[in-house]
Every structure is written in structure tokens, then in C-alpha cells.
Design a protein around this ligand. Structure first.
Ligand SMILES: [Zn+2]
Length: 59
């Protein structure tokens, strides 16, 4: 794992786009504003990117 702050979905770094930090299962991740709706509404799309995403429910 690198220490760069990159969106887990598109891998853009905080140098290219604002990213916000969030926590999930004691791990921290970064996601850009473009992909926050994915996290909220379609977390199943994060399966394979976010550990445990298969247990999340879309809002
Ligand atoms: Zn992104």
C-alpha cells in the first residue's frame, strides 16, 4: 500500500483532485467527490476495491 492519497476508484491523487478521507473497518481510504455518490448509492461497485464492500447497502 502506498501512502499517496488517491481515490480508491479512479486512483486520482490529491495532487489532481480533492480527495476526502473516510474510515471503514478500522482502515482509512480516500475518495474523490466524483465517486462519493458511488460509495453512497452503489457501494457494490466498490467490491474488490474496498474490503467488505459486499456487506454495504446502497442508500
Ligand atoms: Zn475518484
Amino acid at each position: 500500500m502506498s501512502h499517496r492519497k488517491t481515490c480508491i476508484v479512479c486512483k486520482k491523487s490529491s495532487m489532481e483532485t480533492p480527495v476526502t478521507k473516510f474510515y471503514h473497518k478500522d482502515s482509512k481510504f480516500y475518495i474523490c467527490p466524483q465517486h462519493i455518490p458511488v460509495l453512497i448509492h452503489n457501494p457494490q461497485e466498490l467490491i474488490g476495491l474496498l474490503d467488505g464492500a459486499d456487506t454495504l447497502k446502497g442508500a
